[in-house]
Design a protein around this ligand. Structure first.
Ligand SMILES: [Zn+2]
Length: 87
């Protein structure tokens, strides 16, 4: 009899910086978002996504709703694509 241990899902706490695409630099300069670290944490990417969506003219009420829900970045990616597709 084997007691199979279910591996916990990998927790991703660091995300490739969307501003520089994980390179640490933007146009030869240190990336202003991750400051050259190439990664940002989940709070930073959530804020970045929300600001990005706002700059794309996504619905304000929807963004406020998302801010209160603390969505994960994958959900936000989906929302962002949806928002852009609707434009
Ligand atoms: Zn960056």
């Amino acid at each position: 009899m084997n007691n199979s241990v279910i591996d916990p899902p990998p927790v991703k706490t660091h995300w490739d910086c969307p501003e520089c695409g994980g390179t640490g630099t933007v146009s030869g300069e240190t990336c202003p978002e991750c400051l050259g670290a190439k990664y940002i944490d989940i709070d930073a990417i959530t804020n970045w996504m929300l600001d990005f969506m706002e700059s794309r003219g996504c619905d304000r009420a929807e963004l406020d709703q998302l801010r209160t829900e603390n969505p994960d970045p994958l959900t936000l990616t989906f929302c962002l694509e949806l928002c852009i597709a609707l434009k």
